[in-house]
Design a binder for this molecule. Structure first.
Ligand code: PLP
Length: 328
């Protein structure tokens, strides 16, 4: 294992033959989508303008990644998506096996070996009588999905240097008793606005608290703090990230003691190391918090987990091979 610095994952994806896409018609290689009831090239995908997913952010979604031609923890993502639907009284028109086949077909149509796979169920069109809105079962919920080349929140150089993280002062994460963050949903203006605040402060990403100095999560990612041989991550106010779950498994495997509980801003600014976790890029080391360095580049624990994450994935851990012949 490379213990010195994070693997250059993007460079490997761009150069290793195991990551080369399958040959496909050019209109599909840019991306593929499924819109309500049909497959279309990404370029042709459009959402009906009155869909309540668009008009009222009334929708849940999930994202699973594919690398080296394998879905990572597909069943875990599908199970989380089913919980998101239940929590928001949305009904998925597809059963789990149909959904898996549909996502597989989308990836197969693009031929991509490294892909970002997004899917959602929206409330659907509004109903003619406002009083119908009192009844979830009267809506015709809709399914949308797309596949594009794999997305990294930050690039190889940023993961090696560690990013500058800004703890938002202007925004807090929507409280769990307003919108349950365990349901992966469309309401993300708190997260998005905090990114612009971080940009204005000269930082590279943001993290939000609950308003009482307790960390919750970051845009598109969960947060971990490392202190001596202990690793901490927030228990509440955040999505149950699949990369977070994976990181907890990796920490147990390498013998780090784990604390899932209350993590404060003070824990973060005085940490030995910190990192974010996301399906969009895996482990993202942090080297600066609010203008103060916490470690030099990617810390040793962050680097170890970063590299294990990719090495194990590429060796097939929690993987489901994409069936590239499944293009109908
Ligand atoms: C708000 C939020 N928190 C955490 C995560 C990380 O979850 P996962 O590791 O399943 O990608 C995401 C992913 O997009 C997210 O949107």
């Amino acid at each position: 294992m490379n213990g010195l610095s994070p693997l250059s994952v993007q460079e490997i994806m761009a150069s290793d033959p195991a990551h080369m896409p399958m040959e496909r018609a050019p209109e599909w290689m840019e991306g593929a989508a499924y819109v309500i009831d049909r497959f279309v090239p990404l370029d042709e995908a459009a959402v009906p303008i009155t869909d309540l997913g668009l008009v009222r952010a009334d929708a849940v979604y999930d994202v699973v990644s594919v690398s080296r031609g394998q879905f990572f923890r597909l069943a875990d993502h599908q199970a989380r998506f089913a919980r998101s639907c239940d929590r928001m009284e949305l009904s998925n028109p597809f059963a789990q096996a149909e959904e898996a086949a549909l996502l597989n077909e989308l990836v197969a149509r693009t031929g991509l070996k490294d892909a970002y796979v997004w899917w959602a169920v929206t409330r659907g069109a509004n109903l003619p009588h406002p009083s119908d809105r009192l009844h979830a079962e009267r809506f015709q919920n809709r399914f949308y999905a797309f596949v594009i080349p794999y997305v990294f929140i930050k690039d190889d150089a940023d993961r090696q240097a560690g990013i500058h993280l800004h703890v938002s002062k202007d925004y807090i994460r929507i409280p769990a008793n307003a919108i349950d963050p365990r349901a992966k949903n469309f309401c993300s203006l708190d997260l998005n606005m905090s990114l612009m605040e971080a940009g204005a402060a000269g930082a590279g990403w943001s993290v939000l608290t609950d308003g009482n100095n307790v960390l919750t999560e970051a845009p598109g990612s969960n947060i971990f703090v490392v202190r001596e041989n202990r690793i901490m991550t927030p228990e509440l106010g955040c999505l149950e990230g699949i990369t977070r779950l994976t990181t907890l498994e990796l920490c147990a495997e390498i013998g780090l003691s784990i604390e899932v509980g209350t993590v404060t801003v003070d824990d973060l600014v005085t940490a030995d190391e910190a990192f974010l976790t996301s399906s969009a890029g895996g482990i993202l080391p942090v080297s600066i918090v609010n203008d103060q360095p916490i470690c030099q580049g990617s810390g040793p624990v962050s680097t170890r987990i970063h590299n294990l994450y990719w090495e194990k994935r590429w060796a097939g851990w929690h993987g489901t091979p994409v069936d590239y012949e499944a293009v109908s």
